[in-house]
Write a protein that binds this ligand. Structure first.
Ligand code: C5P
Length: 232
């Protein structure tokens, strides 16, 4: 799949989301639907946005026993999303089963990517709560390799980690990276951020951008600025 900018539609209602998307007349951006919107509106919101011609990354981060994940992925696949994800912490077998569930009878399927370590997990939490003795960076690369072994297409990671993922798991392994800000915009609660231009240089395949677009005075102009910076 082609490199692209994905807009994080972090809204809590259908009305707000559709009002936001109505502003895009001549382009149909790739959008991310997360847990908040999905749990508020259910599968109907996915169908509605898909019917309007958008590609969809359904960001639900599944993590359960392999059998449950396989059956749930089968349901999500029938929604005709373009990308979805699981937690790599569920293990290789869970990821394999996720892929199996996602694959339709005709052999097609959405892209499947893995969350390695959440960017909210600090080194302290990793060592003292999760009792993982490796460094965050080593864990991220090891989890990415597990995802590749299971047949997944890539991982969600910080744009600053895209380089080590490509080195560790393969140049063609997809990196989907949130934490993007314009050089002159607010950081909000993000810590390890970079610009669309720099994300392109480091090797992101998809940048996920929320507030710099959704909270902009002119969201369409902000989206176009992102696309230009990212070179798509
Ligand atoms: O508004 P902002 O650009 O910070 O939005 C980033 C989006 O990416 C949000 O939907 C956030 O939940 C998501 N995300 C993230 N960091 C991760 C994984 C997902 O910011 N590690």
């Amino acid at each position: 799949m082609q490199r692209d900018v994905i807009i994080a539609c972090d809204f809590s209602s259908k009305e707000q989301t559709l009002q936001f998307l109505d502003q895009f007349e001549d382009v149909k951006p790739f959008v991310k639907i997360g847990m908040e919107l999905y749990y508020a509106c259910g599968p109907e919101i996915v169908r509605e946005i898909k019917a309007r011609g958008h590609r969809i990354f359904l960001d639900l981060k599944l993590h359960d026993i392999p059998n449950t994940v396989r059956k749930s992925m089968k349901v999500l696949s029938s929604l005709d999303v373009d990308m979805t994800n699981v937690h790599a912490a569920g293990g290789v077998e869970m990821m394999r089963q996720a892929l199996e569930g996602l694959t339709r009878e005709d052999g097609t399927r959405p892209l499947l990517i893995a969350v390695t370590q959440l960017t909210s997990t600090s080194e302290d939490v990793l060592h003292n709560e999760l009792l993982i003795t490796e460094t965050i960076q080593d864990t991220i690369v090891a989890y990415a390799r597990n995802a590749r072994k299971a047949g997944l297409d890539g991982v969600v990671c910080s744009p600053l980690e895209a380089g080590i993922i490509k080195t560790g798991a393969g140049e063609d392994f997809i990196t989907v990276t949130p934490g993007i800000r314009f050089a002159d915009s607010k950081k909000d609660d993000q810590v390890r951020i970079t610009t669309p231009e720099r994300a392109k240089e480091i090797g992101s395949d998809f940048i996920v951008v929320g507030r710099p677009i959704t909270a902009a005075d002119d969201p369409v102009a902000a989206y176009k600025r992102c696309c230009e910076g990212f070179g798509v």
